[in-house]
Design a protein around this ligand. Structure first.
Ligand SMILES: Nc1ncnc2c1ncn2[C@@H]1O[C@H](COP(=O)(O)OP(=O)(O)OP(=O)(O)O)[C@@H](O)[C@H]1O
Ligand SMILES: [Mg+2]
Length: 442
């Protein structure tokens, strides 16, 4: 591609040079021809005057040799008295020739035309000579060849003058071609990014519709069954109503998750940043999750480490993140297992790291990169059965990034997972500048 632009540029420059060269040639040859004719006319007039002074009719051929042209002597009445190339008595009366007419009237005259005698283009110059006129003639073909020589020399000189231009153009054209290529690449990138965003949007709409359809269909189906008579069947009516309630809850969860997600993504979520004792925030989240853990017979504990750790964050958002991670840990850990939460200083000293560890089913390594995408679930059927929407982790990711941190996960199938996220220790000024890291990146 770079090559093609380069070739086009060079062709354009060459084209311009050729046009310039052609115009120089056109005007230069005009000027050269005109000035050469002028000089020649003057020379011939001078020569004519000189010859007229010393002229003898019998030496007309010598005179022609000296003048390097044809010499004609014309009487006052226009009769040709002598000619260096034709016999005078066979030549017509020359009175009517413009140059002869001028000379007979006392002033030198000149003309260009085809000779009636020889049939070639001539330059004629006539001067008064005694009673009559003396005329010199040279064929214009000679002038043409002189002008051609001048032209060739001027063309060569102009071409040489253009050479540096051409040499300068080579690197310049290469530079411009490269710039074009860069521009083209960045446009391609933008295009790909736009296509990707469009695809994400389409996937999102498809996913949302799908997620809404399943519980709605279930609610619709069971409501109809009840209306069709099952409402009076004591063996089934309560079970059907329970299913309807579960699906309604799922719809409620889904809509609230979608709302949270779009608020974070559109940055409408106003964060209230402050310094918090992160251990306290974890305890508060753990307290709210205890009943659920107890119900599933899972031990929920907090690991106390490096003393008090402070984080600069939004307590509500942190609570939502920890709750989401703990909810997952409890959901994907079989009864009898354990979930441990805690905080530690991150390898980067300006950050603290919060973790939620479980002894659950674990996640295949291949699934980890996509885990934080919206609606992504490792085991779709199982997650749905548990009322999951697959939005929890993408909310977690956005909330964490909006606070200047990042999320990580390590996991081993059958042994458990550890989800962790970082938070800045000090104010990064996120509340004022509106954080770009919170933008949609799934
Ligand atoms: N602690 C965990 N152990 C094993 N798998 C997990 C764990 N946490 C998340 N996952 C997997 O990641 C998927 C995505 O989790 P996410 O929280 O986004 O969705 P969800 O829990 O299915 O639904 P919800 O939107 O209700 O949270 C889950 O469906 C599950 O397959
Ligand atoms: Mg979840």
């Amino acid at each position: 591609m770079t090559g093609r632009i380069y070739l086009k540029l060079m062709a354009a420059v060459l084209g311009v040079l050729i046009v310039a060269l052609a115009s120089v040639d056109f005007f230069a040859s005009r000027v050269a021809e005109a000035s050469y004719l002028d000089t020649l006319e003057r020379e011939m007039t001078d020569k004519g005057r000189l010859i007229a002074r010393t002229f003898r009719a019998d030496s007309i051929r010598d005179a022609a040799g000296a003048a390097r042209g044809r010499v004609t002597l014309i009487a006052r009445d226009g009769r040709v008295l002598a000619d260096s190339e034709a016999s005078a008595d066979q030549m017509e009366n020359h009175r009517g020739r413009a140059e002869v007419d001028a000379a007979l009237n006392g002033a030198p005259g000149s003309a260009r035309r085809k000779s009636a005698t020889v049939g070639v283009d001539f330059l004629y110059v006539a001067v008064p000579a005694g009673e009559g006129a003396l005329r010199l003639a040279v064929p214009l073909s000679e002038i043409d060849s002189q002008v051609d020589a001048i032209r060739r020399r001027m063309l060569a000189a102009t071409a040489i003058a253009f050479l540096p231009v051409l040499l300068l153009t080579l690197p310049l054209a290469r530079f411009i071609a490269r710039r074009f290529r860069q521009l083209e690449l960045s446009l391609e990138c933008e295009h790909t990014e736009l296509e990707r965003v469009e695809q994400v949007r389409k996937d999102f709409v498809i996913n949302v519709s799908h997620e809404l359809r399943t519980p709605l269909a279930s609610i619709q189906g069971y409501t109809e069954t009840l209306l069709d008579g099952a409402i009076d069947d004591p063996n089934h009516n309560v079970r059907f109503l329970t299913i309807i309630r579960q699906n309604a809850e799922r719809l409620a969860n889904l809509t609230s998750d979608l709302l949270t997600l779009s608020r974070v993504e559109l940055k409408q979520q106003r964060f209230q940043f402050a310094s918090y004792d992160i251990g306290k925030l974890i305890e508060a989240a753990a307290d709210s999750m205890k009943p659920l853990a107890a119900k599933k017979d899972i031990g929920l504990s907090i690991e106390h480490g490096d003393g008090t750790l402070e984080a600069f964050c939004d307590s509500e958002a942190v609570n939502q993140v920890v709750t989401n991670l703990t909810d997952n840990a409890l959901k994907y850990t079989p009864s009898g297992g354990s979930v441990t939460m805690g905080a530690r200083r991150a390898p980067n000293q300006n950050m603290v790291e919060v973790f939620v560890r479980d002894t659950g089913i674990g996640i295949p390594v291949g699934e980890l990169p996509r885990l934080f995408e919206r609606f992504y679930r490792v085991d779709k059927a199982r997650s749905r059965e548990m009322g999951g929407t697959g939005l929890g982790l993408s909310i977690v990711k956005h909330l964490v990034r909006s606070q200047g941190g990042d999320v990580r996960v390590t996991s081993e199938i059958g042994r458990g997972s550890e989800f962790s996220f970082t938070l800045p220790v000090e104010d990064l000024g996120l509340s004022e500048q509106g954080d770009i890291r919170g933008q949609l990146t799934v």
